[in-house]
Design a protein around this ligand. Structure first.
Ligand code: E4P
Length: 217
């Protein structure tokens, strides 16, 4: 499973990238706002740092304007993935931009039917939002599972990019289901390492080592 980082925070991306944890990056208008950076400038910086796909989202709502924005964003770097919302205009833009050989991420997916439409429109990635479904008392992980089954039934090549990931357990569940990619905030990726028995075991080893009076270096 590929790991994308869901942030426009360049130092945070760089830290995980140095560990080989970053296969790509996803951003959205809210994350650009949070970064306090100019979209073109920060996206260029991220693309130079990470060789994998970097999603940059259009903000127009009408297809022709989305296509124009998508072309401008795609001109930033080879590894740009144009992100469009799951609306009819977004699907029109997806069809045109993917037809031009550009990577397209169709975002704000909340149903299996929407995911089918995105695959038919030539999406490179579909982004089902797990956490936001959980927030309204629905089962976000069930959506990932349904899309996996449907895409496998028909051999759709669109990759499932599980988004709106809020917990380390979401990542485990996505991996078990077989999501192609998971995009998560840096803090959630870092939380994957936590285990109380690791902390307890290390503490005991350190205590016992101190009692030996030895040194390795
Ligand atoms: C995905 O591409 C989105 O940027 C993101 O995962 C949304 O997550 P949120 O629901 O935590 O805002």
């Amino acid at each position: 499973m590929k790991f994308f980082v869901d942030t426009a925070d360049v130092p945070a991306i760089a830290e995980l990238h140095a560990l080989g944890m970053v296969d790509g990056v996803t951003t959205n208008p809210s994350l650009i706002l949070k970064s306090g950076r100019d979209i073109l400038e920060v996206t260029r910086e991220i693309c130079a740092l990470v060789p994998g796909p970097v999603s940059a989202e259009v903000v127009a709502t009408e297809a022709d304007a989305m296509i124009a924005e998508g072309r401008k964003l795609a001109a930033i770097a080879e590894n740009i993935t144009v992100k469009v919302p799951l609306t009819w205009d977004g699907l029109k833009a997806c069809k045109v931009l993917s037809g031009e050989g550009r990577m397209v991420n169709v975002t704000l997916c909340f149903s299996a039917n929407q995911a089918i439409l995105a695959a038919k429109a030539g999406a490179t990635f579909i982004s089902p939002f797990v956490g936001r479904l959980d927030d309204i008392n629905m089962d976000g992980m069930e959506l990932i599972s349904d899309i996996r089954t449907i895409y496998d039934n028909y051999g759709y090549s669109t990759q499932i990019l599980a988004a709106s990931i809020r917990t380390a357990n979401h990542i485990t569940q996505c991996a078990l289901i077989g999501a192609d990619v998971v995009t998560a905030p840096p803090a959630v990726i870092k939380a994957m390492i936590s285990h109380p028995l690791t902390d307890k075991g290390l503490e005991q080893f350190m205590k016992d080592w101190a009692k030996t009076g030895q040194k390795i270096l």
